[in-house]
Ligand binder design. Sequence first.
Ligand SMILES: NC(=O)c1ccc[n+]([C@@H]2O[C@H](COP(=O)([O-])OP(=O)(O)OC[C@H]3O[C@@H](n4cnc5c(N)ncnc54)[C@H](OP(=O)(O)O)[C@@H]3O)[C@@H](O)[C@H]2O)c1
Ligand SMILES: [Zn+2]
Ligand SMILES: [Zn+2]
Length: 359
Amino acid sequence: MEKSHENEHPIKAFGWAARDTSGVLSPLNFSRRVTGEKDVQFKVLYCGICHTDLHQIKNDWGITKYPIIPGHEIVGVVTEVGNKVDNFKVGEKIGVGYLVGSCRKCDNCANDLENYCPGLIMTANGTYSDGTITQGGYSDLMVVDEHFVVHWPENLPMEAAPLLCAGVTTYSPLKYFELDKPGMHIGVVGLGGLGHMAVKFAKAFGTKVTVISTSAGKKDEAIERLGADSFLVSRDPDQMQAARGSLDGIIDTVSAVHPISPLLNLLKTNGKLVMVGAPEKPLELPVFSLLAGRKLVAGSGTGGLKEMQEMVNFAAKHNITPDVEVVPMDYVNTALERLVKSDVKYRFVLDIGNTLNKS
Ligand SMILES: NC(=O)c1ccc[n+]([C@@H]2O[C@H](COP(=O)([O-])OP(=O)(O)OC[C@H]3O[C@@H](n4cnc5c(N)ncnc54)[C@H](OP(=O)(O)O)[C@@H]3O)[C@@H](O)[C@H]2O)c1
Ligand SMILES: [Zn+2]
Ligand SMILES: [Zn+2]
């Protein structure tokens, strides 16, 4: 088997990596650093497959460094802690999301917004100050500074790992943009991994939820299984017209380029359209639709560590878990192909603990 010559460290590790833009993953031996004094070492048990993994392995955003081991919705169990680690113990269940490092000095870091630190280090495909490229959770073990690790509540199933990205990425803007007030009416665009979590959190906050989707076939499930109140097919102009001016806010999770004018028309005066999806090309900004009704278009990127912990605790308390299809490691390439076609309800989770075999 090919071995990565990047970033030689003392601890042997094993994962599945993409080598090029074909997006096909295959086994890779690599290495992890020795557990530092503030580090937590853990065995990965479950890792969600986020659409960002797909963007990264295909180099959609033009920043991928190969080989890349993706994965940033990670739940595991602690195997070793550094001698200055205060908050974690061997044997404890933990979670890691989209970031494993930040500068810890800037205003964002001081305000629990490590996710907006200019020195943010992504869990996969990020770069530490010594030049080491980070490798993500489609791997057997990880070593992460304790600041970037959250406690995994006992009553949350470990397969609920997608909370760590899809969860916090939708929870955070609903809170920050004050779209969490009971009685509000919230739209969720794109019913995939992020979208279905947005529906669940928005319902838990007591808001009315309308799903706006390209897939008419998702209507019954959106309403019956996920608890949405109504459903609009975004490509049906009559349905979109009938719902004009009805929403206080929209969380847009779409992964591809799409028109936002029809979405802005759904907003009430002062309504907010929050982009969390990350299409590879810029979208057109229809200014007239903004002026008519003092509307806001905003963005939001994952969450800080304090908020991640708050969100998993909230999910545990209110029994909010993602709907997942748990699959073995060697299914990953099929899972990625199905994700391209939006053929997953609503998140694949790799069973790393039981199926990442070196043979
Ligand atoms: N901001 C952040 O921090 C953050 C964090 C995680 C992910 N992301 C990004 O968020 C996006 C969604 O991630 P995900 O994991 O939820 O992906 P996903 O599971 O693939 O869901 C995306 C959904 O978007 C809709 N969609 C896909 N192609 C479309 C098109 N051409 N036009 C209109 N709708 C389309 C589909 O829903 P329907 O079938 O219902 O139309 C699809 O299920 C990705 O771009 C990802 O990189 C951002
Ligand atoms: Zn993600
Ligand atoms: Zn910082």
